[in-house]
Design a binder for this molecule. Structure first.
Ligand code: Z5A
Length: 207
């Protein structure tokens, strides 16, 4: 039986990396082998594409090229890491996946939904995450947190309006598929956010 595929999503500074650690710990304690990974990236080749995508000097990268590079990285990631791990029965825990493309390239950049849908089908057919934890918080709060952490990458240089559209696109996707998504209020402190996620894991994944 294939392993579980779990993704974490959210805007800038939502706390995905912080919560990945705890989710991975919970899964291990509940007896699962866990493969932690991220997008764009997750394999040597896909991480090279990530470098191009996040490099703040690549200001001329077009929206269409950005979209294709996201899916190129994803195709490599799926073939080399995600699908083999799921086939072994491992649980794959991934920081962002195609919902991020719908949110950033679809919502933020306003690229055509039909183009994203075609690439999604081409690259992962009907493979979708079993559970997506969407960490939601107001844009200004997330940007403040992210700015404390590191130098802005190419996406983080976008105006607040861009991130407002990203947030809305995520919330729309979650509302359209409540069975897969769990929306987490990521605005309180770390322990409170974890308590919400822990409750979702217990309710949806506990043996
Ligand atoms: N992207 C895309 O456009 N299309 C796609 O298809 C995909 C991705 C897959 C990848 O960046 C970029 O690629 C991303 C979208 C785009 N845009 N950007 N930038 P990423 O995912 O690697 O980086 P990120 O989204 O910017 O992650 P982040 O800023 O590192 O956020 P995070 O992982 O969600 O947050 P964190 O590192 O856990 O926390 C940030 C800081 O806040 C840190 O100091 C924490 O200690 C603190 N923190 C965390 N939680 C809390 C709480 N609850 N209270 C207080 N402080 C907290």
């Amino acid at each position: 039986m294939r392993g579980r595929f779990i993704t974490l999503e959210g805007g800038e500074g939502a706390g995905k990396s912080t919560m990945m650690e705890r989710v991975a710990g919970w899964l291990r304690v509940s007896g699962q082998r866990v493969v932690r990974t991220r997008e764009p990236g997750g394999t040597i080749l896909a991480e090279k594409l990530r470098d191009i995508l996040l490099d703040r000097n690549n200001l001329l990268l077009s929206g269409k090229a950005e979209l294709l590079l996201m899916f190129a990285a994803r195709a490599q990631h799926l073939d080399e890491l995600i699908r083999p791990a799921l086939a072994r029965g491992d649980c794959v825990l991934c920081d962002r996946f195609t919902d991020a493309t719908w949110a950033y390239q679809g919502g933020g950049r306003g690229l055509p939904r039909e183009d994203i849908a075609v690439l999604e089908t081409l690259v992962h057919g009907d493979l979708q995450p079993d559970l997506t934890l969407l960490l939601d918080l107001p844009v200004d709060q997330g940007l403040r947190r992210a700015s404390r952490r590191s130098e802005a990458d190419r996406f983080e240089q976008e105006p607040p309006d861009f991130f407002g559209k990203v947030r809305q696109a995520y919330l729309d996707r979650a509302a359209a598929d409540p069975e897969r998504f769990a929306v987490i209020d990521a605005s309180p402190g770390i322990e409170e956010v974890w308590a919400q996620i822990h409750a979702v894991l217990q309710a949806r994944l506990a043996p």
